[in-house]
Write a protein that binds this ligand. Sequence first.
Ligand code: FAD
Length: 301
Amino acid sequence: MTINVDKLRQAVQGEFLLNEPMAKHTSFQIGGPADVLILPSGEKDVAAVQAFARSEGIRLTVLGNGTNVLVRDKGIRGIVLKLGNSLQDFQQEEENLLFGSGYSLIKAAKRAGELGLTGMEFAAGIPGSMGGAVYMNAGAYDGEMSKIVAKVWVMDTCGQVQVLNRDQMEFGYRHTVLQNSGKVVLRVQLELARGEQEAILAKMDDFNQRRASKQPLEMPSAGSTFKRPPGLFAGTLIDQCGLKGYTVGGAQVSLKHAGFVVNNGQATAEDVLQVIAGVQARVLALKGVHLYPEVLILGEE
Ligand code: FAD
């Protein structure tokens, strides 16, 4: 399906990029071109892009900061709407903070800490956007988004805005009702609690130091490659199978943390997919455990 770029340009005010390499927009630094990538200027643009995609029958892919995705080498057909760093609203009402979906989770956590609000310490090192974190129910250490989300404003594929409360989100381990729904997160209200600013910021520092000592933050990746199997750790299983350093092309099971596949510089998505498949086969054969990717695989096969 060809995209009527002129018509789309008239409807949207934000930045427009044609045949844009997704490697520039993902933390893995991997991925072929998106036909059209839009960096919206605000919620109006989100509505305009949704309406255009619906009326023209064009596939729409929504991204936050691109830190939990692997985009295939052929890229993404249709429109990619990248919300990370746009939709930056912020409002405070006592212990409730409202963030636009493009707001950086790391910055949001720091802001909450500086305001003396506790509950977001776990998020201080998660490089996603607010929208992506809600969509994935991101979590670490002693917390996850499900514990702090009060309300989520979403736009459905018909352009209607709905407000979902915590119970309607169906939070589970890296799961929410939003997944594969076509709904775009616009805004998120978090319910935090009063705490000691110094203690909150110290806890964030501690988590970040632990992260830096254990995780390969110096290499491009999409975080943990696999979901945690119930009662087990993917990284430990992979390590026990002798797979640290397992390499295909430019993709490698990190030598620092076996739960991460890293891009050694020139990795293709195909390299990463082969590492994933190799790890899955070996862990299944030696441990009897099927590992499922946490990283979302997007784009044309
Ligand atoms: P993206 O990767 O851009 O998108 C992920 C999914 O969310 C996609 O399906 C996308 O369509 C959807 N999405 C994004 N924004 C919206 C929106 N506004 N509306 C609707 N759908 C949307 N994750 C953890 O849970 N815990 C960790 O400790 C953690 N550590 C990480 C460390 C590193 C070094 C890296 C690179 C990643 C880590 N991650 C971790 C993974 C990732 O940061 C989180 O999953 C994060 O929440 C993804 O947010 P994002 O904005 O980058 O989403």
